[in-house]
Design a protein around this ligand. Structure first.
Ligand code: SF4
Length: 704
């Protein structure tokens, strides 16, 4: 009889990227535990990670074989993989012949493995001849990408998790890591427990679980982050708590930052933010006196119509204080998805080129297209996430191929997205499960292998690349996403896709990184398997990886200096609040659910924490609407409606309400789909939607 086997892998949920040991017994039953040797989590796992074995073994909802409809009115019918590839290639060729390469697009996911991301990007940019590939990561971190590029010259997270234990001041803005990055936050909590002088400042309109560990909670009005960060910058400058030597030697444009910071007095800024001036001064003092300062942020800053301005104004604070490139210091955007970072590295977005090369640069485009040996890469950026569904709606985009994501729940203004998917000439959905609402719109449904069913690599929030092995066979006829992509490319007649396994794709990608700032040419599958994970760059075979970037204070800008940036907007540009829509809706995650619940929604244990969507509102706002705890509320925006139970407290600011983003139609009848309400306006540069701010009205539900 076969013995139990143990396999080291990585959690498939958030960007923290915890190490997991999967044990498979003789009957194939899986158990999971945290990997004590893995540097990220040192044996810890959060509730989602601890229950991954149930998700991996439950095949009840899995897509088991390719299904196709012969026309829009026909039901999906089982077909062979050969027929599926033939149909997909025939339709794509016919649409491209008739309407050009920009009439097709790929919408992928931060949950794709790096090899899959790389292939999808190569396929459309290098062979189909369009840049129409975007990702659900657009919805969570594209503002951070632009911020890093503007300040540091490149999309490079400067620090490592190990810096957490070296810092003595943290500014956590627009993030609730206690729930959304739990193991990372546990490290921070432990650090503070052992070092009571460590200061934690939290910036959030809600008093979240993260605030329980905070020394200072700045409960700002939604959309006033730039005003707050500018006010902190002003105090730091006025109180001479800045690093003049660092600014002089290693930065440019200090005056731009100063001019912006001095636009408002501290009292005026405090009033705009809805907080006390004293508290802003206290925050500035904590930061100004810190030996090691880390800012952490995520959706509250990124998912905004002024997301880039929020990012650059926060980055300015690290530059003012010289807290970058040093132990325990640096700006640190937390990625939401397990491989959002890997997707950025391979250029899996409409405006990016592989290996951090610049789509605007003709030489860079030529280097990549020569390497691939396909078509000339177009200079024009492709459709970003919201643009892609708008283009489908307007008939400019005819076919879309959706991989491992559920836009029918996760996109803003989702009723419009549903309309667009219905209008599309051809929709391919490649996913593991029927639990995705998007499968309903598929003309061709392709079964993909899931976590533990394929091999590949991912990069976590701290640039750590890890190898994920295949542990179990995929059910039915499901195939690894990478294989689906290369077989489709072969069917299209493209050369350069004759791979036999993911390792060959990875090797090719590594070669492309050579001599770039993200060089991993020294990091083979063998090294990853034998020596564990590495933080890029890893430019040669004996290189130990790079935990911290910019230790030499040489930045990736053309002048090698870090750049201060005046935020383009200091005031919020979201839609108007008025008498008809007097409340601000904020959306976000809860502790035990993940994205659109296609995986966590089927784990009973994870439903005990928060089993259903709810609207969190302030007691005064509830009182004014005669709403009591547990009443059903009708929430309306200018785009749609939702009905959910209310939960009432003083933890959320007056005039602000919060609705989790996870619930869709499946198992919930659409009652709590937050994105019925949200707005699809975007930051003009990052194109990230304004998920955190839309105008709503809330009323008590009255039976008709
Ligand atoms: Fe998985 Fe994130 Fe939880 Fe770690 S913190 S176990 S990566 S969900």
């Amino acid at each position: 009889m076969q013995n139990n086997t143990k396999h080291k892998t990585i959690c498939s949920y958030c960007g923290v990227g915890c190490g997991i040991i999967v044990e498979k017994d003789a009957k194939g039953v899986l158990t999971v535990e945290g990997d004590e040797d893995y540097p990220v989590n040192k044996g810890m796992l959060c509730s989602k990670g601890k229950n991954l074995n149930y998700v991996a073994q439950d095949t009840t909802d899995r897509i088991l074989y390719p299904e196709m409809r012969w026309s829009k009115n026909h039901p999906l019918q089982r077909v062979s993989w050969d027929d599926a590839f033939k149909r997909a290639a025939a339709v794509f060729k016919s649409i491209i012949d008739k309407h050009g390469p920009d009439s097709v697009g790929f919408y992928v996911s931060g949950q794709c493995l790096t090899e899959e991301y790389y292939l999808a990007n190569k396929l459309i940019k290098g062979f189909i001849g369009s840049n129409n590939i975007d990702t659900n990561s657009r919805l969570c971190m594209s503002s951070a990408v632009v911020g890093y590029k503007k300040a540091l010259g490149e999309d490079s997270v400067p620090i490592a998790y190990a810096d957490i234990e070296l810092a003595d001041c943290f500014l956590i803005a627009g993030a609730n890591p206690a729930w959304c990055h739990p193991i990372l936050f546990r490290r921070l909590e432990k650090h503070k427990e052992q070092n009571p002088n460590v200061k934690i400042i939290v910036v959030d309109p809600r008093k979240t679980q993260t605030c329980a560990s905070a020394d200072l909670h700045l409960q700002i009005l939604p959309g006033t982050d730039v005003i707050l960060f500018n006010a902190i910058a002003r105090i730091l400058i006025e109180k001479k708590k800045i690093d003049k030597n660092f600014i002089k030697k290693y930065t440019v444009n200090f005056e731009d930052c100063k001019t912006s910071a001095f636009q408002l007095t501290i009292n005026a800024a405090a009033k705009k933010c809805g907080i006390k001036a004293e508290d802003i001064k206290k925050a500035a003092l904590y930061i100004g006196n810190a030996k090691g300062f880390i800012s952490m942020w995520t959706m509250g800053l990124n998912q905004s119509v002024i997301g880039v301005s929020k990012n650059v104004s926060l980055l300015n604070i690290s530059l003012l204080t010289g807290h970058i490139g040093k132990p325990g210091s640096g700006p640190f955007s937390l990625t939401g998805q397990p491989n959002a970072m890997g997707g950025r590295e391979v250029g899996g977005m409409a405006n990016l080129l592989a290996v951090h090369k610049d789509l605007n640069n003709p030489e860079h485009r030529k280097e990549v297209s020569d390497f691939w040996g396909g078509k000339e890469i177009q200079a024009k950026p492709g459709y970003t996430a919201t643009e892609m569904f708008n283009a489908l709606d307007e008939g400019k985009l005819k076919a879309v191929w959706v991989i491992c994501t559920n836009p029918a729940v996760s996109m803003p203004n989702v009723n419009k997205v549903e309309r667009a998917l219905k209008k599309a000439s051809f929709v391919v959905v490649q996913d593991i499960s029927h639990n995705s609402e998007t499968t309903e719109f598929a003309d061709l449904l392709l079964p993909a292998a899931g976590w533990l069913e394929k091999e590949g690599t991912m990069t976590n929030s701290e640039r750590r690349i890890s190898y994920l092995p295949k542990v179990i066979d995929a059910p039915g006829e499901a195939l690894p996403d990478a294989e689906i992509l290369w077989r489709f490319a072969q069917e299209m007649g493209y050369s350069g896709f004759n791979y036999n396994n993911a390792s060959e794709v990875y090797d090719e990608y590594c070669l492309l990184t050579k001599d770039t700032s993200i060089d991993i040419s020294g990091l083979s599958y063998n090294r990853l398997k034998n020596e564990g994970s590495f933080q890029w760059p890893v430019p040669h075979n004996n290189h130990p990886g790079t935990p911290r970037l910019f230790s030499d204070f040489v930045f990736n800008t053309t002048d090698t200096k870090a750049h201060f940036n005046a935020p383009a907007e200091i005031y919020n540009q979201s839609e108007e609040i008025n008498v008809d829509y007097p409340l601000i809706l904020n959306t976000g995650r809860v502790r035990d659910q993940w994205h659109t619940r296609t995986k966590t929604g089927k784990v009973k244990r994870l439903l005990t924490h928060i089993p259903a969507p709810y609207l969190e509102m302030n007691k005064i706002d509830a009182f004014l609407r005669k709403l009591k705890e547990g009443d059903i509320a009708v929430i309306k925006s200018r785009r749609g409606e939702v009905q959910v139970k209310v939960t009432i407290n003083y933890d959320i600011r007056e005039q602000v309400v919060f609705l989790p983003m996870h619930w869709g139609k499946i198992l919930n009848n659409d009652f709590g789909r937050a994105n019925n309400l949200t707005n699809d306006i975007v930051d003009p540069v990052s194109k990230e939607p304004d998920f955190k701010y839309c105008a709503v009205q809330v009323q008590k539900y009255v039976k008709p």
